[in-house]
Design a protein around this ligand. Structure first.
Ligand code: SF4
Ligand code: SF4
Length: 272
């Protein structure tokens, strides 16, 4: 869009033909407005650029905070983020791509959209893989925008059931896998007994304690070889909170939600 004023210089009279075709197919100019070059630069820029609703309806703005609002506004809608977005690759749906999610966040920002089950479907299918951050030419931190959207969805009662189960498991068992607290130390070698006090505390985390069972014995071996005086929390160790962070649960968030019944359990052709 920034280069639109120069499009006539590049295409000449062909631009008029293209505009006629566009007008025949899209008489109300609702498809990609502004992309066919600006005839009246000031008016067209104002009509088509993203800040118009923010200027015209400031009372409706639902800010995410200045830093994130700037991230949302920095998206130039180029669509490069389609390349490699696993959720777009699986669904071919723009609203399940990074750009689509930024647009949805933009409409949350302008106050045109309210949190809803449909919106939650779009935001929670993001894997937060960060591929979009790597390919975005504008350096937009898409995953941060999605996280902020999730926080808003959780506060409005739209945490998906599968994430509600994870939160319940963390609260009950201290881990997201539904494993018993006491099992956390089963991976400790018999010669290792956590001491009451030590200058260094080694935190293993849930994956190392319950799933990737090579990590704890290897870490203990390294600590021994390095002659570090350390201890661990044993069965008192608790989830680090990363999952809460990922799904948008924050302090004082209302976790249990009844507003997500019927949340889609399918993922393209796969079951979630
Ligand atoms: S690549 Fe970046 S700037 Fe382009 S549409 Fe995606 S998020 Fe927006
Ligand atoms: S972080 Fe989300 S939006 Fe970005 S590429 Fe990964 S799945 Fe797609």
């Amino acid at each position: 869009m920034a280069k639109s004023p120069y499009i006539r210089g590049e295409l000449g009279e062909a631009l008029d033909v293209m505009k006629q075709i566009k007008k025949a197919l899209d008489p109300n100019n609702i498809l990609n407005p502004g992309k066919m070059g600006f005839d009246d630069s000031i008016k067209d820029i104002y009509e088509n650029f993203a800040f118009k609703p923010l200027i015209e309806r400031p009372a409706e703005i639902q800010s995410f905070g200045q830093a994130l609002d700037n991230e949302i506004m920095a998206c130039i809608m180029c669509g490069f983020c389609r390349a490699g977005c696993p959720t777009y690759g699986e669904t071919s749906l723009e609203s399940i791509n990074a750009r689509g999610r930024v647009i949805l966040a933009y409409h949350l920002l302008t106050g045109r959209l309210e949190p809803s089950k449909e919106l939650a479907e779009r935001f929670y299918k993001c894997t937060t893989c960060l591929n979009c951050n790597a390919v975005c030419p504008a350096g937009v931190k898409v995953a941060d925008i999605i996280q902020a959207g999730r926080v808003r969805l959780v506060r409005a009662g739209y945490l998906p059931p599968v994430d509600q189960m994870l939160m319940a498991s963390i609260e009950r068992d201290g881990n997201p896998f539904g494993e018993a607290r006491e099992k956390r130390t089963e991976i400790y070698p018999t010669e290792f007994k956590p001491k009451e006090k030590a200058p260094t505390l080694l935190y293993f985390g849930c994956v190392a304690s319950y799933q990737d069972l090579n990590i704890v014995p290897s870490a203990l071996k390294i600590m021994k070889e390095a002659h570090v005086d350390f201890t661990s929390l044993g069965s008192k160790e608790y989830c680090c909170g990363y999952i809460d962070f990922l799904v948008g649960v924050r302090k004082n968030s209302k976790v249990v939600s009844t507003r997500m019944s019927g949340f889609s359990k399918t993922w393209g052709s796969r079951k979630l």
